[in-house]
Design a protein around this ligand. Structure first.
Ligand code: NAD
Length: 350
């Protein structure tokens, strides 16, 4: 059965919308049509809406009053996510996609969960790796092997966001370039590590939580800020070791890997960098008997999250992740970010 494309409303029209979501939605024209784009900056709203052939708005009420808007993507700065997600739910929209992190603290996440339960409107979080088809194939194989991870390593080496944003599109709102951070200042180190976990590690920590089912006993054992910009965090979660390193550098070549090791198997996930529209990750799983490789598939995690949103909005919320699991992911991420930044404040930068 064919149906009309779902009408999309986009809240916040910065570089992520311009370089990630609009190109993704342009590939998914059979499923979605962008109808309304809202930004507090009227010039940005008009210019980005114009690119998508949509109506511009400068307030969320105006966007939510547009009957053509059936699903809403919240892409504003993180501090606004929770009230805007809740407003979209209370307006009776069919489903909401919220950029990561979907709230900035547990209380706000619980308010979202309460609104979702009351209204029946499902929400998904734009943590793109969780929707990458190679991750989904890899984790299915990993779980079918009964493999039990004892060590997980996340390695992220990327150029600054602006490089890939400007490769993906002509960004209407380029980021101001900032000077080198003063890593002699403890609060700068703490902020860098907190921001690194919430900005980059955030994409892989939900995967870590799937690989280590119970993350109630979390201890950060080491954390440092890295010069000129980066973080290194070591933690244990229910007796398993997790090591995460992330660095922004101009050097070739960009890397985004997650390596998972058990006594009898190893899985290596190699993701494309953020903003890149070049297909999925690959997942390679090796045991003493054989090596299997999944991907690259034609579509990436960004497309995966929009496809998931479509399925949820059109077939009912059964396919949606539970809001409780989204809260658990957020609590884990915030716990790691806070403990790591407290440690980095005390440790010299490297
Ligand atoms: N999935 C990814 O790969 C990825 C990568 C980077 C950032 N992000 C997330 O995407 C979101 C947007 O990131 P960005 O870099 O485009 O952000 P940004 O802060 O550069 O831009 C956001 C836009 O929102 C507008 N805005 C400000 N306040 C608003 C409000 N109250 N309501 C509506 N719009 C408002 C701003 O004018 C700006 O145009 C953030 O939540 C960020 O964490 C996701």
């Amino acid at each position: 059965m064919t149906r009309e494309p779902l009408g999309v409303g986009i809240v916040g029209a910065g570089p992520v919308v311009q370089a990630i979501h609009l190109p993704t939605l342009a590939r998914l024209g059979e499923l979605f049509e962008v109808r309304n784009v809202m930004d507090v900056n009227p010039d940005v709203a008009a210019a980005v809406a114009g690119r998508a052939g949509a109506s511009p708005s400068t307030s969320i009420d105006e966007l939510l009053a547009d009957d053509g808007v059936e699903v809403v993507a919240i892409c504003s700065p993180s501090a606004f996510h929770a009230p805007q997600v809740i407003a979209a739910m209370r307006a009776g929209k069919r489903a909401v996609l919220c950029e990561k992190p979907f709230a900035t603290d547990r209380e706000q996440a619980e308010l979202i969960a309460e609104a979702s339960r009351e209204t029946g409107v499902p929400v998904i979080v734009g943590a793109m790796h969780t929707y990458d088809p190679a991750w989904l194939a890899g984790i299915a194989e990993w779980e079918s092997l009964g493999a039990d991870a004892h060590t997980i390593r996340s390695r992220v080496v990327l150029p600054p966001n602006s490089r890939f944003e400007t490769s993906a599109t002509e960004v209407l709102t380029p980021r101001p370039s900032s000077g080198l951070p003063d890593l002699g200042d403890p609060s700068v180190r703490a902020q860098m590590v907190f921001g690194g976990v919430l900005g980059l590690a955030v994409h892989d920590l939900p995967l870590v939580r799937r690989l280590i089912p119970a993350t109630d006993e979390v201890a950060v054992v080491s954390a440092s800020a890295l010069s000129p910009w980066g973080y290194e965090v070591g933690l244990t979660a229910n007796g398993r070791l997790v090591h995460a390193i992330g660095a922004l550098t101009e050097q070739w070549r960009p890397t985004w890997e997650l390596e998972v090791v058990s006594d009898h198997a190893r899985m290596l996930l190699e993701f494309p960098p953020s903003y890149v529209h070049a297909g999925s990750a690959t997942a390679t799983i090796a045991t003493s008997a054989r090596t299997v490789r999944f991907g690259p598939y034609p579509h990436n995690g960004y497309e995966g999250e929009w496809r998931a949103l479509h399925a949820i909005a059109t077939t009912g919320s059964a396919a949606a992740p539970s809001v409780e699991s989204l809260i658990d992911d957020l609590v884990f991420i915030l716990e790691v970010a806070s403990a790591a930044s407290a440690t980095a404040r005390r440790e010299e930068a490297r």
